[in-house]
Write a protein that binds this ligand. Structure first.
Ligand SMILES: C[S@@+](CC[C@H](N)C(=O)[O-])C[C@H]1O[C@@H](n2cnc3c(N)ncnc32)[C@H](O)[C@@H]1O
Length: 276
């Protein structure tokens, strides 16, 4: 099996759109009146969800004229957030056919299908012309990609000069082995997490400047503390959430993620890069 297929299979649900649709009545919503905020619980697949997205995006100087790239867009939640906020166009690319097809349906529900274009493909060889985009970002994607040098060369190629690229990935903090499974990998075969130094060096080799680095470990610990407090006071999970994506493996993956964080093995880190 190819490496890309192993990664896509890790994220495969099988009936994701139906599961999301089935949760709408419990939210008192339909496909006609569901909002971007309602969907954020399921379509922002990274630590901190929508809040973390808005924090990163605020640093990237996007505007209405910008065509933005979302690398490893998943269901396209962040892409819809950006398109709605800036009234601009966003293109997302992801390995998972199911995520792209589900994301396209969600764009239709929100009437964002003209602004948001989701494409199935690999970030390592994107079907876009040189210098197509006016900025971009990736949220929790590099943990599945070993060749970060090639990844950043490819991103550099499709960005216009003088644009920002934001990264929010889980990065390695120590040499210790991780506790698996985690949300992005069942075992070490598809877990390619790296230290922030490797990101910065490969970004720089590709031609980027790095303007900011922000270790979000404390933010992540606080986020999970609040999540656990909320879970302790409710008898069942909310209608939509990351459990909709990860199904029965949700509990063990989230618990392992928290344990890896608490032990100091990993941390989510923001890096703001500038394409000269
Ligand atoms: C943890 S999810 C994050 C999804 C999305 N960025 C979000 O935050 O909601 C990681 C995503 O990266 C995608 N991915 C991993 N490697 C990729 C690659 N080489 N090219 C494109 N997408 C990739 C996966 O298919 C998956 O959808």
């Amino acid at each position: 099996m190819s490496y890309d297929k192993s990664v896509a299979d890790h994220y495969l649900h099988g009936d994701l759109l139906k599961s999301i649709e089935a949760a709408l009545p419990s939210l008192g919503k339909t496909t006609e009146n569901i909002s971007i905020e309602d969907l954020a619980a399921v379509d922002e697949f990274h630590i901190g969800g929508r809040q973390a997205t808005s924090s990163l995006i605020a640093k990237l100087m996007f505007s209405e004229q910008h065509h933005v790239l979302d690398v490893g867009c998943g269901l396209g939640g962040a892409a819809r957030y950006v398109a709605d906020k800036y009234k601009n166009n966003v293109t997302g690319i992801d390995l998972s056919k199911e995520y792209i097809e589900t994301g396209e349906a969600l764009c239709g529900w929100l009437n964002l299908d003209k602004q948001v274009n989701l494409v199935q493909g690999s970030a390592m060889s994107m079907p876009f012309e040189d210098e197509t985009f006016d900025g971009g970002y990736m949220l929790h994607v590099g943990m599945n990609i070993e060749d970060k040098a090639k990844l950043f060369e490819e991103i550099y190629r499709v960005l216009r000069p003088r644009t920002f690229f934001g990264i929010y990935d889980v990065m390695r903090q120590t040499d210790d082995g991780l506790i698996y499974p985690v949300p992005w990998a069942t075992d070490s075969s598809t877990c390619k997490i790296a230290v922030s130094q490797q990101y910065k060096e490969t970004l720089s080799d590709a031609g980027f400047g790095v303007s900011k680095e922000n270790n979000c470990r404390d933010y992540a610990l606080d986020f999970f503390k609040k999540l656990r407090e909320k879970m302790a006071t409710s008898s069942e999970p909310p209608p939509l959430g990351l459990h909709t994506l990860m199904q029965e493996s949700t509990g063990v993956k989230i618990n392992n993620l928290i344990e890896n964080l608490e032990k100091g093995y990993i941390a989510p880190v923001e890096i703001i890069a500038y394409r000269y």
